[in-house]
Design a protein around this ligand. Structure first.
Ligand code: BGC
Length: 833
């Protein structure tokens, strides 16, 4: 009988959990359902929860505890607590009174002595801890610090403190943001509480709601009372973008400064001062931190045209770095990829950056390139699948939402097809000789998928296609604009238009990256080109600015800064790491029991030879990662004070990051480590060795030989990236020292290298790629924490030798190396099952 009741209760809980959602419909001004609108909660604590409407405009947005991340092993559902149910009819005989003075919660209970408890919740309703629980005397004041319990300080975030004396409740929304702490009364039986609120807090404390929006419409909000409401139709009106673009163009056409204004729109200098904005109407800039001052300068110009500010948030930023695209490609999980890119947007936005130079959709087919890790994989299908996910992550379907920014896909056209894997730079454009048929079959589908998903920008790359540098390649820019109907803007890559500004713009580049507005020759060139081309470019730039809603609201939501390095972000990154790892080899240890080398046992004596890489966050993150800074921190950005373009290398220390060693030693506290094989203890049962590449970005990672050890031809000149010692020899030494004991090799690398004797010397072999800051994702899978298994499948064919490169699945007709059987084929990846 009892059992039966438990079963019924269990079923009832699941059923109740399944239906908690806010449902409704998004319609346009004519009451027609709007498909694919983005619906999200207005409360920023729920910023990772969003859905898209169906073909008829209907939506069902899950309650914060029930959304799809619950399906991931990292996420455990937490019951939602009703933090906003207060019976206001109690006003006259209320028994509690509370306020917050910036440090402490102060409260008094009325009348008789009573037990009072106080709990701290996060904004999803999850209880963090009980912070007060005592009998108190009526009429006296009591004080407690809501952020500290047993010396444990909660992270900087927004919380709700709820006091209860069994009769009344009081809820205060409290922000813990270092020195800028403040609170807002959420609900109280009496309204005598003194408030300390800021504008930002007032916004946060507003009744929750759902916002619906779609690019091209004015978004709208419906308020909700519970996470289980059906809301009336949400009407979003057409923003008439083309008409607004045209009318602004008309104003400029008849303005004495019109031509200068138009040219200003076409310039994206590196980190300008406000002078070129106000005097030359510069409409965009890149790198470094944005600032309110620069945007304000733009808003003082005659037509108040807001700025586009670009930067590279290609695998996260500001303390949390995700696996580079190569890892996401092996994970091939569109939900995780979308969430990852959404988090990149949310970290980037409060720096006044609103254009992300991402995702990279190059299909790399030759591993000599230093940009292989920026690529999801060698397969056009896989790249197309994740291209759409990444665009949805960065932009959603609503560029005005406050959580999204514009995506600039790169590097058009087909930079992954460049001959011999040469990367090029602003001064050199190595050639892509593959035929247009090959390019269309292999290299273009990913960009096309992204354009169809609404990508607002496209960056032309360094290489030349058919001997014409992309900076001036009209034919292939026309493919985008004419054949595919792309109506956003095209931007050049770093300095590729230098000295040929007019030619670059004439070819179809609309925005010139790193142009110097004070350099007269470039400006003169630009000025002299066909006015129709200038008008077309400016219309495209304005169209995107209107689509982003910048004319209505150019300001970022600075409250997003409170979520940097949050557990949510780390959990998604960690889930991405788990998914990205590829188990290449796993020997059977015992034929009778079928036991294999992995998963590692926590009771076995695990020893880790960390080498240069296994306990170094810089090598783990690779290029395009910045070091240092406290949390939250505004300088931790590419182009900022702690530039990390080439990767952080040994100098890298990223606050709160977990190295692979730290992850392993947390999972298995008895594990030991040494720098090399000489430190392997006699009683170690299993030896894990971590090897890999130095850090690099772009041309600095180009090599003529992809053997892990040789790195020949690569200059690997990253500022803080010394080349690790012979990695193949390190594994060999471990094997020799291990004798009959198993050796597990973990590869931290940006490309499938030729591995020499490493596979033969390894009883288990794991490709961890460049996992980023959450090294515990690696140990989770090595120890099969919570039964997690390997899930990654190779998105690149793994060659058996340097001579085999290039090597790829199927015969799609492009260049190949010496041929033969690869070490591991495309799609390879073992599991524990
Ligand atoms: C890279 C691009 C990057 C740009 C801006 C260039 O060197 O090729 O991928 O977006 O710099 O940082």
């Amino acid at each position: 009988m009892k059992r039966c009741m438990i079963a019924i209760l269990f079923v009832a809980t699941i059923a109740a959990a399944a239906i908690a959602a806010v449902s409704g419909r998004v319609v346009d001004g004519t009451n027609k359902g709007v498909a694919d609108a983005m619906v999200c909660y207005t409360n920023i604590a729920n910023r990772l929860i969003y859905v898209y409407t169906d073909a008829n405009g209907y939506f069902n947005i899950p309650a914060p505890t029930e959304w799809s991340l619950n399906d991931l092993p990292m996420y455990k559902p937490v019951p939602i607590t009703a933090i906003r149910t207060i019976n206001l009819s109690n006003v006259s005989n209320s028994s509690l009174n509370a306020r917050f003075n910036g440090e402490m919660v102060i409260f008094s209970a009325r009348a008789e002595s009573r037990k009072v408890s106080a709990d701290l919740y996060d904004l999803s309703g999850k209880r963090i801890m009980r912070i007060f629980d005592k009998a108190v005397n009526g009429g006296s004041n009591y004080v407690f610090n809501p952020f500290v319990k047993n010396n444990k300080v909660v992270p900087q975030q927004v919380y709700v403190v709820r006091l209860s004396d069994g009769i009344d409740n009081i809820s205060l929304r409290i922000i813990n943001a270092g020195s800028a702490r403040a609170s807002t009364l959420l609900d109280a039986p009496n309204k005598v509480v003194s408030l300390q609120s800021s504008t930002e807090l007032a916004k946060l404390a507003a009744v929750d709601g759902v916002r619906a929006g779609k690019t091209g419409y004015f978004g709208n909000t419906a308020s909700i009372n519970t996470y289980n409401d059906a809301v009336p139709n949400i009407v979003i009106k057409d923003a008439n973008i083309e008409a607004r673009v045209d009318s602004l163009m008309q104003l400029m056409n008849s303005d004495a400064n019109g031509l200068a204004m138009k040219m200003g729109q076409m310039m994206q200098p590196a980190a300008p001062t406000s002078t070129p904005i106000t005097t030359q109407f510069v409409g965009s800039y890149l790198k470094g931190e944005g600032s309110a001052g620069l945007m304000n300068a733009a808003l003082t110009t005659k037509y108040k045209i807001p700025l586009i500010v670009g930067n590279d948030f290609v695998h996260g930023g500001r303390h949390v770095y995700f696996p580079h695209n190569v890892g996401l490609g092996c994970g091939n999980d569109s939900l995780l990829t979308e969430l990852a890119y959404r988090i990149y947007s949310m970290c980037c936005l409060p720096l006044y950056n609103n254009e992300n130079f991402a995702p990279c959709l190059d299909v790399h087919r030759d591993y000599r390139s230093g940009r292989v890790y920026e690529s999801f994989g060698e397969s056009p299908d896989l790249v197309s699948h994740l291209a759409k996910a990444a665009i949805r992550g960065i932009q959603g379907t609503d560029l005005t939402s406050g959580y999204t920014m514009m995506a600039t896909i790169k590097h058009w056209a087909a930079a992954g097809a460049v001959d011999q894997g040469k990367t090029g730079n602003s001064g050199t454009c190595p050639n892509i000789s593959a035929s247009t048929a090959i390019l269309s079959k292999i290299h273009f589908p990913g960009y096309l998928a992204a354009v169809k998903a609404g990508a607002a920008g496209v960056m032309t790359g360094y290489p030349a296609v058919h001997n014409v540098c992309m900076a001036i390649n009209k034919e292939f820019i026309d493919t985008l604009k004419t054949n595919w109907g792309f109506d956003g803007f095209v931007i050049t890559d770093w300095a590729t238009s230098a000295g040929r500004e007019g030619q670059s713009a004439l070819a179809g580049n609309d925005l010139l990256m790193t142009i110097d507005p004070t350099e007269a020759a470039g400006v003169t060139q630009l000025k002299s080109i066909d006015i129709n081309r200038i008008n077309d470019a400016v219309k495209r730039l304005l169209r995107v600015k209107f689509r982003m809603g910048l004319f209505e609201n150019p300001w970022p939501n600075l409250a997003l800064n409170n979520y940097l390095a949050s557990t949510d972000y780390r959990n998604v990154a960690r889930a991405c790491v788990r998914k990205s790892l590829v188990l290449l080899k796993n020997d059977t240890l015992n034929k009778t029991t079928n036991a294999r080398v992995l998963p590692l046992s926590k009771t076995a004596r695990v020893h880790v030879v960390v080498g240069t890489i296994g306990d170094n966050i810089g090598y783990q993150c690779g290029g395009w990662s910045s070091t240092g800074g406290t949390i939250p921190d505004n300088t931790n950005v590419l182009g900022g004070a702690d530039e990390g373009w080439q990767g952080t290398g040994v100098a890298g220390a990223i606050n709160g990051a977990t190295t692979i060693w730290k992850g392993i030693s947390t999972s298995c506290p008895t594990a030991t480590k040494s720098a090399d094989a000489s430190g392997i203890p006699a009683d170690a049962a299993v030896i894990v060795v971590v090897v890999g590449e130095p850090t690099y970005a772009e041309v600095n990672g180009d090599v003529t030989d992809i053997t892990l050890n040789s790195l020949a031809g690569g200059n690997f000149a990253g500022p803080s990236a010394p080349k690790p010692p012979d990695q193949i020899a390190l594994v060999q030494a471990c094997k020799t020292a291990a004798g009959t004991r198993p050796v597990v090799t973990v590869l931290v690398t940006g490309r499938p290298n030729a591995l020499g004797t490493i596979p033969a010397n390894s009883n288990a072999l794991v490709a961890a790629w460049l996992p980023g800051t959450e090294g515990n994702g690696v140990s989770d899978v090595l120890f099969s924490e919570n039964s997690v298994d390997f899930a990654g499948k190779l998105s690149f064919t793994w060659p058996a030798s340097n001579a085999q490169n290039p090597i790829h699945a199927g015969n799609l007709g492009d260049a190949t190396g010496s041929g033969g059987t690869p070490l591991f084929p495309f799609g390879w990846g073992l599991t524990y099952k």
